[in-house]
Design a binder for this molecule. Structure first.
Ligand SMILES: Nc1nc2c(ncn2[C@@H]2O[C@H](COP(=O)(O)OP(=O)(O)OP(=O)(O)O)[C@@H](O)[C@H]2O)c(=O)[nH]1
Ligand SMILES: [Mg+2]
Length: 423
């Protein structure tokens, strides 16, 4: 048991506590004990039955290796249940959503992510504040969230005003991003977005393909902001965007709060759905299904490539069996699935080939241009904006270009300006 880590108890109504334990770990808490109470529905007053509450209280009071700092409930609490539990146990109680928001708060690094997290937190707190107003009127004097005296009526109004202000600020940031995105699109860039569960390896893949250094961690929710970088390979100009990882059972309002990072998925020409390949078949299937649902719900019509990452952790036979399993249960449809390992840089060419194959609106142009300085600078520009499939020099330069149809007009205009012609 580590001396410095804060300590928590997990309380769950189902046996599968692996995710909540991972979340607690990502929040730097050590789980001292897990209580599982099998019951069909949560107790209306205290989530777990009163006898179990006493048992937990007893454990906290008699714990002699430091103090227990937090109770984590592996589910969503109603405000009244939260209130009863905190009052009876006299300790902070977080449900799953509050824990996730606390992790988000800790990780939010940029202005937009901070605003998004704050918006989600205020949204989360609202019904709890309503409960406190109710309790205060009934003559009880609860502390609010972090404790202390309060004026809940006023606070409720403050929350509403703050939320409005944050929404306004977020809209401004989003509008600016939309302008930038449009600009990239009309400059001939293709947009490819990374999507998938937290910890699947999205940021690692972005780093590898672009030479970037986005934070990569074994903990959940390392990425809360989008990062867009160009893929480094002298081929079609592709901008790759990292996004926030999915997790199941998130209330819709949290997903909405992070809408802007997901907008990058909506706008993408291709979505790379990254999957953690070495997990159990059922876990992979569940995560893949949820991710596909989320993406399709956003209205994405672009192709989705399933990137089966971390294959270094399993054998070739196991990879094949897993892919067959996903196909047999109908999750792949006609989608491409490419096994890769970011760690060992394995099979990345196959992934890139698959991306190139699926890029939309590609046109080929063959030009003949006089050799001079202006043509040289045009050629350098073309290399940045398109894929040059061949180039040869004689009395003229002959260049074959494959590009997004959006910049064909611009290329032809510059060709004419150079006294060149299309062949
Ligand atoms: N063994 C192995 N580990 C990998 C591979 N790719 C990524 N990882 C590890 O997986 C962990 C998560 O990687 P990230 O790139 O941060 O995952 P992410 O999808 O961006 O996660 P979030 O930002 O939380 O959504 C890190 O510890 C990586 O080093 C791989 O191909 N093989
Ligand atoms: Mg990441």
């Amino acid at each position: 048991m580590s001396e410095n880590k804060k300590k928590a108890i997990v309380v769950s109504l189902n046996d599968d506590v692996s995710e909540i334990v991972q979340l607690a770990d990502s929040f730097e808490y050590e789980i001292i004990k897990t209580y599982i109470q099998h019951r069909k529905t949560p107790d209306v007053n205290s989530f777990i039955g009163p006898g179990k509450v006493d048992e937990v209280k007893d454990f906290i009071e008699n714990f002699d290796s430091g103090t227990i700092d937090l109770i984590i409930i592996n589910s969503e609490l109603k405000p009244s249940q939260w209130f009863t539990l905190e009052k009876k146990l006299n300790i902070d109680v977080y449900d799953r959503v509050r824990l996730i928001l606390a992790i988000f708060e800790e990780r939010a690094d940029r202005k937009e992510a901070k605003l998004q997290v704050r918006l989600a937190q205020l949204n989360y707190e609202r019904p709890f504040v309503r409960e406190l107003i109710h309790r205060a009127r009934a003559g009880e004097h609860p502390g609010f969230m972090a404790g202390g005296e309060y004026q809940v009526d006023d606070y409720y109004e403050v929350i509403k005003k703050q939320m409005k202000k944050i929404r306004g600020n977020l809209k401004k940031i989003r509008d600016e991003r939309e302008v930038r995105r449009q600009h990239r699109h009309i400059s001939g860039f293709y947009l490819v977005s990374l999507a998938g569960y937290t910890n699947a390896g999205k940021s690692s893949l972005l780093n590898l393909l672009s030479g970037e250094k986005v934070k990569v961690e074994g903990r959940l929710f390392s990425t809360l902001s989008t990062t867009t970088r160009r893929i480094n390979d002298n081929n079609y100009p592709i901008l790759l965007t990292d996004t926030v990882g999915f997790i199941q059972n998130l209330p819709a309002w949290i997903i909405d709060a992070f809408h802007s990072t997901l907008e990058e998925i909506e706008a993408a020409d291709i979505v790379l759905l990254v999957v953690y390949a070495s997990e159990k078949d059922e876990t992979i299937a569940m995560k893949l299904e949820i991710s596909l649902e989320e993406i399709i719900e956003m209205g994405v019509e672009s192709p989705i490539i399933i990137v089966f990452n971390k294959i270094d952790l399993i054998s070739k036979d196991v990879i094949d069996t897993k892919i067959d399993y996903l196909g047999n249960i109908g999750l792949l449809k006609n989608r491409e699935i490419i096994p890769i390992s970011v760690k060992n840089k394995e099979n990345l060419n196959a992934l890139m080939e698959c991306i190139y194959k699926l890029l939309p609106n590609i046109v080929s142009i063959k030009l003949k241009l006089p050799i001079n300085e202006k043509t040289q600078s045009f050629i350098s520009w073309v290399y940045k904006k398109a894929y040059v499939s061949s180039i040869s020099y004689s009395d003229y330069v002959t260049i074959c270009i494959e590009c997004n149809s959006k910049i064909k007009g611009k290329i032809l205009f510059r060709c004419k300006d150079l006294n060149g012609f299309v062949i």
